[in-house]
Design a protein around this ligand. Structure first.
Ligand code: ZN
Length: 118
């Protein structure tokens, strides 16, 4: 079987083995199996990883922008609330799906799993 394009599978949320079937059943719920190659998605467990990456990366982006706007323009506080609250929601929701598919595809590619005795 041909190795799928990893960045494409991460961005589009495709099966890490065949690159054809989708990973998601809804927004971030993972399907039980790949509809194309029947890969069992139950082997994947990203845990809290996608949320942690989202918090750290979105937080860094928004905090940097907020500091830039504050020190450059010194707007009233309501401007910060109007700017950053929607941006946090949009970036968090967009980044969560991307980070979840990325972690699952990389788990498959690097055969990551529970610790095992040799
Ligand atoms: Zn597949």
């Amino acid at each position: 079987m041909k190795e799928p394009n990893t960045p494409k599978a991460c961005i589009l949320g495709l099966c890490p083995r065949c690159g054809q079937g989708g990973l998601f059943d809804g927004y971030i719920k993972i399907k039980p199996r790949c509809p194309a190659c029947d890969l069992d998605y139950a082997i994947f467990d990203a845990g809290d990883g996608p949320a942690v990456f989202g918090i750290l990366i979105v937080g860094a982006i928004v905090a940097g922008l907020a500091l830039y706007v504050e020190f450059t323009f010194s707007p009233p506080y309501w401007v910060h609330a109007v700017l950053w609250a929607p941006l946090i929601v949009v970036l968090s929701l967009g980044f969560l799906r991307l980070s979840k598919s990325t972690l699952l595809v990389l788990q498959y590619k690097h055969k990551a799993g529970e610790g095992r005795r040799l």
